[in-house]
Design a protein around this ligand. Structure first.
Ligand code: FA5
Length: 303
């Protein structure tokens, strides 16, 4: 448009006011009116229907204008996906199990009979069905060991990621609902040395740097010997997983009677790994729904 003078009818009428000679003023006015009329006739005429349509024909806003917030993968899911990939590379299969679990799988088959003091270690949320059957929200992913052994013959290499629930007070390292990745490897020659090798491989790849790992003797009714895996975090040791060599009673409960078969199992706390991976010092942020936290983990905007 640059260089082309823009003249409106208002400009012309303003110009007319400045003409002093009445005759000249009249003739100028008539010319302006004629011009205005001719221009109006040349413009396309819109019917009422066209005008109605135009009223609704609003251009959709572009993505740019919308500034939509897109969903994204949470650090917990991303860590589970990464672990799945690492274990799959070592020949492990990925399985699942129910969150609403039977007492038999969560406790009895894991060598924790009724009235066993170890039941108190896991504060349980019980769910009694209308038929009176006493179920529970699984307190750990270990019941999937039994379910898997019932369906598969050794050699077994499997992991099960999933959500677990505990009726306990929260603090900076404890949540009431969190995720674990269970692992089970049994064969004729699987030893503690195999277990250490697998853990070292997985953790060094997960953290992409060397991390200080410590195995601490512990107690679980379903493993013998049992240990806890700690990783150093901000100068302190953070407990990452429980583990051990699978107890013969557990193999038996899973239908494996062959004495030559042995192996290890572990249960890792995924939120604790997220804390280590991100430097987060309070686990409660992870599921808080606070967008200031979520925005730090790849929440994408279109603008
Ligand atoms: C268990 O749950 C065992 N089932 C683990 C296991 C599996 C042992 C197979 C032997 C063989 P534990 O209660 O220690 O163990 O939990 C395992 C891991 O889950 C812990 O090391 C920790 O990383 C994580 N964890 C435990 N409680 C919480 C909690 N309240 N909040 C967040 N993470 C937790």
């Amino acid at each position: 448009m640059s260089g082309t003078p823009q003249v409106t009818s208002a400009d012309l009428f303003q110009q007319m006011k400045e003409i002093e000679d009445p005759e000249e003023k009249k003739s100028f006015g008539e010319s302006v009116n004629t011009l205005k009329q001719e221009l109006a006739e040349q413009l396309p005429q819109e019917s009422t229907e066209d005008q109605d349509k135009a009223a609704f024909n609003i251009a959709p806003p572009s993505l740019d204008q919308l500034q939509m917030e897109m969903g994204h993968i949470s650090p917990v899911t991303a860590t589970i996906f990464h672990l799945q990939e690492l274990f799959e590379n070592l020949g492990f299969s990925v399985a699942t199990g129910p969150e609403l679990e039977e007492e038999k799988y969560n406790f009895d088959a894991l060598n924790i009979p009724d009235n066993h003091p170890a039941r108190d270690v896991w504060d349980t949320i019980w769910v009694t069905t209308e038929e009176g059957q006493k179920n529970l929200l699984r307190t750990h992913t270990s019941p999937t060991q039994i379910r898997y052994m019932e369906q598969h013959k050794p050699p077994i290499r499997m992991i099960v990621p999933g959500k677990v629930y505990r009726y306990e007070a929260t603090d900076a390292t404890h949540e009431t609902a969190f995720h674990q990745v269970e692992g089970l490897m049994i064969d004729t020659n699987t030893s503690i040395a195999t277990f250490k090798g697998v853990m070292q491989e997985v953790f060094s790849r997960l953290f992409k740097q060397s991390v200080d790992i410590r195995l601490r003797p512990s107690y679980f009714p379903f493993t013998e010997p049992s240990f806890e895996i700690d990783i150093k975090f901000e100068g302190d040791w953070l407990e990452i997983a429980g583990a051990g060599m699978v107890h013969p009673n557990v193999l038996k409960a899973g239908g494996i009677e062959d004495e030559a078969i042995q192996g290890f199992a572990f249960g890792m706390g995924v939120e604790r790994l997220v804390m280590l991976l991100t430097g987060l010092n309070d686990i409660r942020y992870i599921h808080s729904g606070d967008l200031r936290f979520a925005h730090q983990f790849g929440l994408k905007r279109t603008k």
